[in-house]
Design a protein around this ligand. Sequence first.
Ligand code: HEC
Length: 139
Amino acid sequence: MSRENLTRWTLVVGLLGSGLVFGAPPAKPAPTKEMLEKAKTSFTRNCAACHGEKGDASGQMAAVLVPKPRNFLKDPFKKGNKPEEIFQTLATGIPGSTMVAFTQLPEEERWALAYYVNELQKPGSVLGGNKPKGGKGKK
Ligand code: HEC
C-alpha cells in the first residue's frame, strides 16, 4: 500500500470511528414476530380507542374527534409512514390534535408500535388489517 493510500484509509477509519462515538443514530431494533405480538396488546390498550382495533379509525372516539384519527389502511401520513418516522411521531405527537406523544411508553414498545402500524398498512398484512382485494386471501 502506498503512503498516500495509507493516509486515506486512516482518515476513513477515523471518520467511521468518530461517527460511532458522536453521531450514533437511535438504535432501531429489527422487528420480530414476538415484538409485533406485544405491539398488538399495546395497540389495543393505547391506540385502538381512536384508531380502531384494525387501524381503520373505527374507534369509539373517532366519531367525535377533529381532526379525525388517521385511518392507517388508507389515509396518507403527514409525518411519513416508515417505522422510524412513526417512531418519531410517537415521540412528539401531532400538535393541534388529540394525537399526543407517547414517551411514557418505553422506547422498545414505541418501536414495536411503529412496526405494527407500518405492518397494518401493507396490503395482505399478516395482521389482517388490509385484506387483499378480490382474491381468496393468503393463509
Ligand atoms: C385520543 C385519540 C388518539 C389516540 C389514543 C392515539 N391517536 Fe394517533 N392520531 C390521532 C389523531 C386525531 C391523529 C391525526 C392527527 C392529525 O391529522 O393532525 C392521529 C395520527 C396518528 C398517526 C399518523 C401520523 C401522520 O404522520 O399523519 C400515527 C402513526 C398515529 N396516530 C399512531 C398512534 C399510535 C401508535 C397510538 C397508540 C400508541 C395512537 N396513535 C394513539 C388520535 C389518537
